[in-house]
Design a protein around this ligand. Structure first.
Ligand SMILES: [Zn+2]
Length: 157
């Protein structure tokens, strides 16, 4: 899925759970489950000749920037980035570390997708990621479930 979807989901889970020991595994699980939903994302079409590497990188960067903006729009009012230092706790930064954790499986795969570089220790993880990943070429059909997801996350945030 798009970074927007994974980051918003990670932020949502982190905010709801609060405790990173519980939240982190759940956020990672959410990434793999969301990728199993047929979707369109920045890497869709890469490798099939339908999309160039530089287009995928550009889309990926725009996606990441939008992911950051969405997380801020959802959570900044309740979670200012510089919280009251007397009350600084992991919970105060939940949307931000949650969003980051939500993107980890894609960050680990990025060197392979975009630079054709894959260190041996990432191969098993990327293979695992690939088992779940189900993208479809139609942007409209592939974005619909993600728009729905964002609406639900927004309502319950
Ligand atoms: Zn993924």
């Amino acid at each position: 899925m798009l970074s927007i979807s994974h980051a918003a989901t990670g932020a949502f889970i982190a905010v709801k759970i609060g405790n990173p020991i519980l939240a982190i595994p759940l956020i990672l699980l959410s990434h793999y489950l969301e990728d199993a939903v047929p979707h369109w994302d920045a890497g869709t079409g890469l490798g099939s000749g339908k999309k160039t590497r530089s287009d995928a990188i550009k889309h990926g960067i725009v996606d990441l920037i939008l992911a950051g903006i969405i997380v801020l729009v959802f959570y900044y009012p309740r979670f200012p980035i510089v919280p009251n230092l007397a009350d600084a706790s992991v919970r105060n930064f939940a949307p931000y570390w949650g969003a980051f954790v939500g993107l980890i499986p894609d960050f680990l795969e990025a060197p392979r997708n975009f630079l054709k570089y894959e260190p041996w220790f990432l191969k098993p993880l990327n293979k695992f990621h690939h088992i779940f990943h189900h993208s479809i070429p139609s942007a409209i059909d592939g974005l619909a479930p993600q728009v729905l997801l964002l609406i639900i996350l927004w309502i319950f945030r």
